[in-house]
Design a protein around this ligand. Structure first.
Ligand code: URA
Length: 219
């Protein structure tokens, strides 16, 4: 494969939604959590970044923590990393609005430093509840921090990528964080390998899937 090939918007198939109860549950959870002051990030955040997307999504994407753009807007993955994530999702046959996107931490660590263990533990129950409500078929975990947090290990990203990994009842796929791909474009090849593994798995378990939607255009 030459470069990281991404699909076009026409390639993505909107997923039908029947979301009333999970939508209500997520709204209740958001209202209960949005004023959270469990850790000191509440003192420096501009906005609480709960996550957004389809409340009954087949795919949940989990990143690390809001950056400056996300802190300013209250929405996950809206900066440069978010634009690359949107392209990755399209290449996999998903529109951004079909999936649910969230982070391990809901508030920005100052200067985009790594989340502290105490901050992660404050936020962990909220992430678990989001997953219980959305009940995705697959989870895409972006980067080492998110993967180590979800799986409660300290393994390298390289040792966790490239295969389905079970976490509770969920089938998870771990790949590079888009910010890492922006810094190291050579890693896009590996990311695309991971995404294709995820697409094939999704096609198998859903009996429909997006595996035929191979990307056409170099980017
Ligand atoms: N990086 C993340 O991990 N999450 C975001 O929402 C934005 C950048």
């Amino acid at each position: 494969m030459q470069g990281f090939l991404f699909g076009t918007e026409e390639q993505a198939t909107p997923v039908p939604v029947d979301t009333e109860s999970s939508s209500e549950s997520l709204a209740l959870l958001y209202n209960a959590a949005k004023e959270c002051r469990k850790c000191r990030l509440a003192e420096t955040r501009l906005n609480f970044v709960f996550g957004e997307g389809n409340p009954s999504a087949d795919l949940v994407v989990i990143g690390e923590a809001p950056g400056a753009d996300e802190d300013a807007s209250g929405r996950p993955f809206v900066g440069r990393s978010g634009q690359l994530l949107d392209k990755i999702l399209l290449a996999a046959g998903f529109l951004r609005e079909d999936v649910f996107i969230c982070n391990i931490l809901k508030c920005r660590p100052p200067g985009n430093r790594n989340p502290l263990p105490g901050e992660i533990e404050c936020c962990r129950p909220l992430l678990y509840r989001q997953l219980q409500i959305v009940k995705p078929k697959i989870i895409l975990v972006l980067g080492k921090v998110a993967a180590n947090t979800l799986f409660e290990n300290s393994l390298s990203l390289g040792s966790m990528r490239g295969e389905v990994k079970k976490w509770k009842e969920y089938d998870c796929f771990i790949t590079y964080h888009p910010a890492a791909l922006l810094r190291n474009p050579n890693w896009k090849h590996g990311c695309w390998d991971d995404i294709q593994i995820m697409m094939r798995h999704y096609a198998q378990i859903s009996g429909q899937g997006n595996a035929h939607k191979m990307p056409l255009n170099d980017d």
